[in-house]
Design a protein around this ligand. Structure first.
Ligand code: FMN
Length: 385
């Protein structure tokens, strides 16, 4: 992919459109990009490498940009294998090249590579600078965005922030799609747990004069940066982006589904708020997690199952819990044929989360929805709008 960042800053990343699942769990219908960059100056630096799936293409891009020159530095913003797989290859190929990282980077690096680090490392701390000639890099630690060793690099001449996984997005670079949708799915599933740390990074970034953001996945952001930064601010504060309702349901034989769809219709009649609905068994879990965070209210509806709740709902709530779900309104609907127990099983998840307001208007269906259940669904609707 030919992306022009500037005369001196070159994109050498690659698109991966054949991967079945990113991180072995996320579908990426439009692929994913592994971004890597080179700055050409008196001293030449490479910023991050790419996944081993794309080594050959990346090396070709690198050699093309280097045009026979050798890099002086490799900046390691993030050690995760989708960005760091080729550190060993690069270190072996260019024995005079120094590796630039922080103390945590070099603590962790021997777990992945067998590189003699003696006299090969430049260990940087918060705010340290590295001069390349006309370009100067400074380094800011971003622990847990989304690994402990993560840092971001700012180049002051061209005002570029190399933001590691921050501002990343699913989708190969030739994909023509809305940024926010796939960036949000990426954010909540990959960085969602670390809102506090993302807030800390945003505060550091606010002090820098940034004209371009170069993330490790997804497009280089060059315009309207306030839009992206504002979304990251909302997301990392765990604030709902949309004042609306997300109905997440599952159903074995269709009766809980009928109730969920009935609630959807009732809500549509009663409010102009945005309402989304999803069958957890037949949709992308990562997108359901994204929607739970996106909307201000979540309704969960599930059958009882073996003295608990239907497994896919358990899985969904587990995902929300580990991603730090909080500060939302929640309502619950259960179904059961002999001893309904889905609500009892779902409730503890929400009890452990912060800032969850649970509607008292709980609905219990016994096998099939009754007229009384419909009245209860209307009351539930009233309680959340
Ligand atoms: C494997 C299995 C386990 C179940 N366990 C329970 C249970 O513990 N308690 C209960 O009341 N119903 C239980 N049920 C019954 C369903 O919860 C009930 O039929 C419900 O109405 C299904 O809703 P649906 O039509 O949306 O699938 C179970 C059903 C199955 C298939």
């Amino acid at each position: 992919m030919n992306i022009n960042i500037s005369d001196a800053i070159k994109y050498i990343g690659v698109d991966d459109k054949d991967i079945d699942l990113f991180e072995s769990q996320y579908i990426v219908p439009n692929g994913i990009s592994y971004n890597s960059y080179v700055i050409l100056d008196e001293k030449i630096c490479v910023l991050d490498t790419v996944d081993k799936r794309k080594t050959d293409e990346w090396v070709a891009n690198l050699e093309n940009v280097l045009d026979g020159k050798t890099p002086d530095y490799l900046i390691i913003n993030h050690l995760e294998p989708d960005h760091a797989s080729n550190i060993q290859l690069l270190a072996d190929k260019y024995p005079d090249m120094k590796l630039v990282g922080n103390a945590k980077t070099f603590n962790m690096l021997p777990q992945f590579f067998d590189i003699d680090l003696t006299d090969r490392t430049v260990t940087v701390k918060e705010g340290d600078s590295l001069n390349l000639g006309e370009h100067t890099l400074s380094f800011y630690m971003a622990p847990m965005v989304h690994w402990p060793e993560v840092m971001v690099t700012y180049e002051s001449k061209e005002k570029v922030l190399f933001s590691a996984d921050g501002f990343g997005k699913f989708g190969a670079l030739d994909t023509d799609e809305d940024w926010a949708c796939e960036a949000r799915r990426y954010y909540f599933n990959i960085c969602g747990k670390y809102g506090v740390q993302v807030q800390a990074l945003l505060k550091k970034a606010a002090k820098l004069d940034i004209e371009k953001i170069c993330p490790l996945h997804g497009p280089v952001l060059t315009e309207n940066l306030g839009y992206y930064i504002n979304l990251y601010d909302i997301w990392s504060k765990y604030e709902p982006e949309v004042d609306g309702i997300f109905i997440a349901y599952c159903s074995i034989h269709g009766n809980t589904e009928k109730a969920a769809l009935k609630l959807y219709d009732i809500l549509k009649e009663k409010t102009d708020k945005k309402i989304a609905i999803s069958d957890l068994s037949r949709s992308d879990m990562a997108e359901n997690v994204e929607d739970a965070f996106k909307y201000s209210t979540l309704v969960v509806a599930a059958p009882s199952y073996d003295g608990g709740v239907f497994p896919v709902m358990n899985d969904f709530l587990h995902h929300l819990k580990i991603k730090g779900y909080k500060n939302r309104k929640v309502a619950m609907i259960e179904n059961g044929s002999w001893a309904p127990c889905a609500i009892k099983s779902m409730q503890p998840y929400f009890d452990e989360m912060k800032g969850i307001e649970i509607s008292d208007a709980k609905v219990t269906i016994r096998s099939t929805m009754t007229a009384e259940n419909e009245v209860q669904l209307a009351a539930l609707a009233d309680s959340i709008i």
